[in-house]
Write a protein that binds this ligand. Sequence first.
Ligand code: FE2
Ligand code: FE2
Length: 202
Amino acid sequence: MLPDLLSRFPPTGHLARDVDTLLAAHGRERIREHVPRVAGEARRLATRFGVDPNRAEVAALLHDVGGIFERGEMVDLCLGLGLGVLPEERQVPLLLHARLSEVLARELYGVTDAGVLQAIRFHTTLHGAPTPLDEVVFLADKLEWDGGGTPPYHAALSRALEGGLEAGTRWMLGWMATPEARLLLPHPDLKAAWAQYGIAHP
Ligand SMILES: [Fe+2]
Ligand SMILES: [Fe+2]
């Protein structure tokens, strides 16, 4: 899979364009429209909260590239790459898109910054020990979601962010524990994030 992608989509050094080309070639129009919005929001949040905006932008540009794969092949792809697959991820394979994004960031686009790779990996769920960069990418993905239109929580999350990055993260994690979030199941990393922030959850 990786040699094939490397030969068909060799990086040109212009990351935003390369990601757009890759997504377009795989017919991922929704992600293609979503990614530049997340990248812009990640830059804004990073600048506002003292995080390196360039690292935030790189993570945001790459956070959903794993979405080029079909959800039906994600489990086998991860196993083939030697990545462990949790029972929750077998049940909801789409959760694995973030792991695959991390692999592509490293192997296709040559990202070596461990903090950027971590922010990509945990952009959906966060985890038990998030860095400010993780939180910026997580929240940018939620503010500029791919669900169409404005997310129902946008105004409340924006208000919470007036209290700082951590307050915004806590608010978002809290919302994700409500029925309105309609989670198919909570990933163990999300449970760890809830525990870290002291959020009661289902
Ligand atoms: Fe995602
Ligand atoms: Fe996303």
